[in-house]
Design a protein around this ligand. Structure first.
Ligand SMILES: Cc1cc2nc3c(=O)[nH]c(=O)nc-3n(C[C@H](O)[C@H](O)[C@H](O)COP(=O)(O)OP(=O)(O)OC[C@H]3O[C@@H](n4cnc5c(N)ncnc54)[C@H](O)[C@@H]3O)c2cc1C
Length: 440
């Protein structure tokens, strides 16, 4: 059987970061990847003639971000787009009222001020929450403290539901009270006109990556690790397993012996979400030119409430919206035309029956992807923020879990994935390694 120093399972950003740092330190490293490409949930499609990021697209705040530092060093072009955190009013947004009419600037600032007031009270409500409280419980406490009339409170309640769905792909009653603790954005947000995949492509350079290897079993003991796939097996002194929480929780990948209690318990409290992107390309732009996004309030916005204008990325009039939480579960199995029609019904309500039909539609299906099983993990009710780090507790001195869900500070992101891979490599090497050696 082939024997190496470290086997890395998964060639997403976490696995590639770990592999690159270990290989750079002189270790013999093999990366086993189920797909026929690297990048995992960073996936850029170019079939429409320009880059479309089907997975991650934003750096949610460039200040202090290792991904921003890598992007700068790699010369990746960025475009400022500070609306990725479901902010109420960080940048110009065309707001429509529940009746479908355009809100005045004054109304919009009133609404944004209401959201800010609830957010200010929310910090205390979250701090005072009990272990089994949901995000609904704490947001209701923060809303009640305002003593508003029902309609005013309902506008902000809707917003809070949508924030839970758009940020974590989870219905507000399923998300833990602390589930959005890491939502702060430091600095501008940016997206990549030429595609996010330049990052994993660069991290993968010169590594021994074996595509099409679906790992089904990891056997570990204090003396080493054996990793098996349908066609074979490889032995190593250590392993880094970076598959998403959805794969870890499925029976597609078995650990022998089973994952020990601290890791298994943390895993049982994290859950893969339901979150899909819907891209609509139009022959012409029919919406406002000077806004980053369009948003509608009220019951009509239950599913489709926010559209992000991607036209600046590549010049083609394009809106991006999300099916998140219950909406994503409901549309699973719909074809693209049916999804587009459902979205268009709302856009016609706001912009009139004469708007053009889209001439290009793309709907992602991360939920049905066997190597993702959702878009990213969220904290179920009953979990705590420390479950993320607990998931990465070293096992038997030989086995390390890494990936976005194993990083407490800003999980569910590309920086979390990169930092978790860096931590796994440092633990294996037993010493500090500068993270910037990833892009030096
Ligand atoms: C729709 C969407 C939007 C997002 N938006 C953003 C965003 O704007 N900004 C942001 O920072 N983050 C965003 N994210 C999250 C971000 O993409 C992830 O946090 C990050 O890419 C995860 O990296 P990872 O290495 O932990 O996991 P992955 O990228 O999933 O890598 C794990 C790898 O393991 C492989 N694998 C799975 N099972 C097996 C197996 N049995 N054997 C071998 N290999 C296996 C997978 O194919 C994959 O390549 C988004 C994700 C999605 C899906």
């Amino acid at each position: 059987m082939e024997q190496v120093d470290t086997v890395v399972v998964g060639a997403g950003v976490a696995g590639l970061a770990a592999a690159r740092l270990l290989a750079g330190a002189g270790a013999r490293v093999v990366v086993l990847e189920a797909r026929d490409r690297v990048g995992g949930r960073v996936w850029t499609d170019r079939t429409a003639g320009h880059a479309t990021d089907l997975g991650a697209s934003w750096i949610h705040g460039v200040d202090g971000s290792p991904v921003a530092a890598a992007a700068r060093a790699l010369g990746m072009r960025t475009m400022e787009f500070t609306v990725g955190g479901y902010q109420a009013h960080s940048r110009p947004v065309a707001y429509f009222s529940a009746a479908g009419t355009r809100m005045s600037a004054e109304d919009v600032s009133g609404f944004a001020a209401d959201v800010a007031a609830v957010d200010a009270a929310l910090a205390d409500a979250v701090a005072a929450s009990r272990p089994d409280d949901s995000y609904r419980d704490v947001t209701e406490a923060a809303l009640a403290a305002q003593e508003w009339e029902p309609e005013r409170a309902q506008r902000v309640r809707d917003y809070l539901e949508h924030r839970s769905e758009e940020q974590y792909g989870a219905w507000i009653e399923d998300l833990a009270a602390h589930g959005l603790d890491d939502d702060a954005i430091e600095g501008d947000e940016v997206v990549f006109p030429d595609g996010y995949d330049a990052l994993p492509t660069s991290l993968a350079r010169d590594l021994d990556i074996r595509l099409g290897h679906v790992v089904s079993r990891v056997v570990w003991s204090p003396s080493g690790v054996r990793v098996a796939w349908a066609g074979g097996e490889i032995a190593a002194r250590t392993a880094v397993v970076t598959v998403p929480v959805g794969v870890l929780r499925s029976d597609a990948l078995a650990f022998s012996p089973a994952l020990p209690a601290p890791v298994a318990c943390a895993l049982s409290r994290l859950e893969m979400n339901a979150f899909e992107k819907v891209f609509l390309r139009f022959p012409r732009r029919f919406w406002d030119r000077d806004v980053y996004a369009i948003r509608q309030l009220g019951p009509e916005g239950r599913w489709w409430h926010s559209w992000y204008d991607l036209t600046g990325l590549h010049g083609t009039p394009t809106l991006l919206t999300f099916a998140a939480g219950p909406a994503a579960r409901a549309i699973a199995g719909w074809d693209d035309a049916r999804v587009a029609e459902s979205v268009m019904a709302q856009l016609r309500r706001l912009y009139g029956p004469g708007i053009p039909a889209p001439d290009g539609v793309r709907v992602t299906s991360w939920g049905a992807d066997p190597f993702a099983r959702g878009s990213y993990a969220y904290m179920r009710v009953g979990s705590s923020t420390s479950d993320h780090d607990a998931l990465a507790t070293p096992i038997g001195g030989v086995l390390h879990l890494a990936g976005e869900a194993t990083w407490t500070d800003d999980p569910a992101t590309v920086p979390a994935a990169m930092l978790s891979g860096h931590r796994a490599a440092e633990r294996i090497l037993g010493r500090a390694v500068p993270i910037d050696s990833l892009w030096a």
